[in-house]
Design a protein around this ligand. Structure first.
Ligand code: SF4
Ligand code: SF4
Ligand code: SF4
Length: 187
């Protein structure tokens, strides 16, 4: 019996959510639970389906068109002339492949980009395009294991930031409560 980890290890780890789940691990869990089919991952395509079929002793299926189509590996490219440095593309990138500071132009690190497309929609000036990788950039594509490690690091950073913000908010509330004048009733 294959474990969730065994299944997850065979997924591309782009975290693109095209399978209908919130990332590769939840999809792996759903396959293990028997609530998802093995043919819902467009980035993995026929190769991943065949690998999962062998692992789980199931018949291979064609990719479910409801989840998308299999295509060449993609790379996000930012038109730096048009980038306004709003940083809205940074949080959605599951592997932190976009670099740049607030009010400065941003750029995509080709060796880290998984082609998940999650940065495209949040950009308010539509300056991010997805392009097929060239032979040179394809050679530098990140491997699934590296994608997963970067994704887990991204999640840890997000959780840490959320905790810091919650602590800061709590401290501000405590400060406000100790410094606000006591309410007096008119009379
Ligand atoms: S890479 Fe495949 S399994 Fe992972 S989130 Fe995308 S579609 Fe789902
Ligand atoms: S740069 Fe865009 S396409 Fe590339 S990994 Fe990040 S969010 Fe996905
Ligand atoms: S969302 Fe678009 S405009 Fe904003 S920093 Fe990213 S690439 Fe630049």
């Amino acid at each position: 019996m294959a474990s969730v980890e065994d299944i997850d290890a065979r997924l591309p780890q782009t975290q693109c959510m095209r399978c209908g789940y919130n990332g590769c691990l939840p999809y792996a869990q759903a396959i293990a639970d028997g609530t998802a089919q093995i043919n819902q991952c467009p980035p993995g395509g026929a190769e991943t389906i065949a690998t999962l079929a062998v692992l789980l002793a199931r018949e291979p299926l064609p990719l479910n068109p409801d989840n998308g189509t299999e295509g060449p590996p993609l790379l996000a490219v930012i038109d730096e002339e048009r980038c306004i440095g709003c940083i809205k593309c940074l949080p959605p990138c599951p592997v932190d492949a976009i670099v740049g500071a607030k009010k400065q132009m941003h750029t995509v690190v080709a060796a880290l980009c998984t082609g998940c497309e999650l940065c495209v929609a949040p950009c308010p000036v539509d300056c991010i395009s997805m392009v097929p990788r060239t032979a040179a950039t394809a050679a530098a594509s990140p491997a699934p294991r590296a994608n997963r490690e970067r994704y887990l690091a991204h999640k840890r950073r997000q959780a840490s930031r959320a905790n810091e913000q919650a602590d800061l908010l709590a401290a501000r509330k405590r400060f406000a409560q100790t410094t606000l004048p006591t309410n007096r009733t008119a009379g």
